[in-house]
Design a protein around this ligand. Sequence first.
Ligand code: SF4
Ligand code: SF4
Length: 205
Amino acid sequence: MLITQLKSKETITSLVNGKKIFIINCQGCKEVHFPEKEAAEFQKELAADGKVTGTITTDYICNPENMKLRLEKHMSEIKAADLVLVFSCGVGVQTIAEYLEDKTVCAACDSCRLPGFQGVTPLEYDCGQCGECYLNLTGGICPITACSKSLLNGQCGGAKNGKCEVDPNMECGWERIYRRLEKIGRLDALKSPVQIRNYATDDEV
Ligand code: SF4
Ligand code: SF4
């Protein structure tokens, strides 16, 4: 289980600044305290400048089959947007980013640790509930769970033929991140300031 908290207004505003956005809300795991009211109020503010091309509000966006059907119905609105802003836990954001692989998909929330259930596809798109979501810097691939060392600032240098030096059965997470950023034209994200993990946000809430 986890708790989802909105990122600060400043952070979200700087992500969407001047861009056309498509919004996706997940209200699936209500028991995990999704900030529905806060998110709805903030989205009214975002919509006020006419840059929201469309919205989907549904449950369990971490179910890829269900989500694929819903996204297909809104594809023209999604295409009209510069980025897709997702209000959900890290599993949901990763599910959307995987499907919309040519689109910039941003996380509007941080996911904090709480023991128990998280999403319906936790094995495919895992969220370590680190409390400070980095998906906006990594093209929607979680560096905490896709990299064996949970590195935040790029590859360790040990990968061989694209495989992780810790687990040769898995792809190097940072090579995946590089390819995704290249695909969506966001390699500039690799020049972001050095990320220092705040382990205080990693604690259970
Ligand atoms: S960076 Fe990964 S572990 Fe942290 S909240 Fe985002 S998806 Fe979850
Ligand atoms: S090889 Fe890649 S996935 Fe493995 S620890 Fe190094 S950076 Fe992380």
